[in-house]
Design a protein around this ligand. Structure first.
Ligand code: ASP
Ligand code: MG
Length: 411
């Protein structure tokens, strides 16, 4: 069982979580619980690290100390939940990442889990102890605390489930499942009973915030059955069925499109008048990669005079200024005319495994957007998703139009 920040936001909610855990234990299951920090806590801790002032010139960033600080939120909630369970007469103890141990690499701030030796945890659970584990954190091979990137408790939970061979990984959150789109934008959004790992992975990476992308990758690789469900239930009330994330084969009811996702986190960078010869893209994207800037969508087209090309690509908003600087620094070498950045963009995507075997899915998308007068700036596709970049002002309009166009209103 994993509980997110809003589920453990205060002592009252922690008591509610404790009741859900107790109910699960009563059915005879052995339970490990993974908790996030109280809602808002990690943001506060991150702000403190920023408040320490800019790193002195030339010194390496103190990412290991960043982790020592931001991992503390989960230590508190793990202790509080274990204490609450004990006060209810249950046998429970808290586990920090280093105690399990959850062994990670040393990429501080975005560490990956290397391995979780399950013996100690399993032995405790076999003794009838509820294991309450601090999410988001692990320990690197030097013994230093490492964190798994924002939203990383989901990944902690899936990794623990895989390590102990759990029958299921239940992710409790503030919504009762995975929806066809964001219900705050489209009230007709429907809860999905099941969604495939592949679709969930696209949904997560394309902007749906329910699960951390890496946790879905891991669940898919390790074939961990994941369920997303709400912790916001009254005493005595069952949490409902939620949404099951599983293999495509386990989904009987096939849909062409399962969801519409959106993200306002990207910025578009346009380069005009690039020389049209081999090596230009390699230089630009090589420099960006060296600086760890992730590039998402890319389009290149011939300019009207044959020797030049124009290029547009998107990067995370956080990286936009840095990306422009990198490109500008290479201007003399590459020889383009101008660079511009536009942050008023949104990426809207439709996702569904059914599009592998159906024609006309893109046409439906483009027609629906055209009918609403929404202009498409960049398009990118994969086997199971189509994304378009549009003016951010039309995000809601586009999401609603697409939700209707694929019949998701009617599910
Ligand atoms: N507390 C961490 C965060 O806010 C990890 C998590 O909640 O999953 O990113
Ligand atoms: Mg989360």
């Amino acid at each position: 069982m994993k509980f997110g920040g809003t589920s453990v936001a205060d002592l009252e909610r922690i008591r509610r979580v404790a009741r859900l855990v107790a109910a699960e234990v009563e059915t005879g299951k052995r339970v490990a619980v993974v908790v996030s920090a109280m809602a808002g806590k990690t943001n506060e801790l991150v702000a403190w690290t920023d408040g320490c002032g800019p790193a002195a010139q030339g010194l390496p960033p103190s990412d290991d100390e960043y982790d020592a600080i931001v991992a503390s939120g989960e230590q508190v909630t793990a202790g509080l939940l274990a204490m609450t369970l004990r006060n209810m007469g249950l046998n429970a103890r808290s586990w920090m990442g280093w105690q399990v141990p959850i062994i990670t690499d040393d990429a501080h701030g975005r560490a990956r889990i290397d391995e979780i030796p399950p013996e100690k945890l399993v032995a405790a659970m076999d003794r009838g102890e509820i294991a309450v584990i601090a999410g988001f954190q692990g320990v690197d091979r030097e013994g230093r605390i490492a964190t798994l990137g924002r939203g990383g408790s989901d990944t902690s939970a899936v990794a623990i489930a895989a390590a102990v061979g759990a029958a299921c990984c239940d992710i409790y959150t503030d919504v009762d499942g995975v929806y066809t789109t964001d219900p705050r934008i489209e009230a007709k959004a429907k809860k999905l009973a099941r969604i495939s790992y592949e679709e969930m992975l696209e949904m997560a990476s394309l902007g749906a915030k329910v699960l951390q992308t890496r946790s879905v990758e891991l669940a898919m690789a390790q074939r961990v059955p994941v369920r997303v469900l709400s912790s916001f239930v009254e005493p005595g009330e069952a949490p409902g069925q939620g949404t099951i994330v599983c293999d495509e084969e386990e989904i009987v009811e096939k849909r062409i499109v399962s969801g519409v996702a959106y993200s306002r986190d990207e910025a578009k960078i346009s380069l005009l008048g690039l020389p049209d010869h081999p090596g230009v893209s390699s230089t630009i994207f090589g420099r960006l990669a060296d600086a760890n800037v992730n590039v998402d969508m890319i389009v290149q087209s011939r300019a009207r005079d044959t020797n030049h090309a124009n290029m547009e690509f998107t990067v995370g908003k956080r990286d936009a200024a840095r990306a422009v600087k990198i490109v500008e620094d290479a201007q003399a070498e590459i020889g383009f005319e101008s660079v511009a950045v536009n942050e008023d963009v949104a990426k809207v995507s439709v996702i569904g495994v059914g599009m592998r075997s159906h024609a006309g899915v893109a046409k439906t998308m483009f027609t629906a957007l055209a009918e609403k007068g929404v202009n498409i700036q960049v398009i990118s596709t994969s086997e199971i998703k189509i994304s378009v970049l549009i003016d951010a002002a039309y995000t809601e309009l586009a999401v609603r139009a697409l939700h209707a166009a694929y019949g998701l209103d009617q599910l």
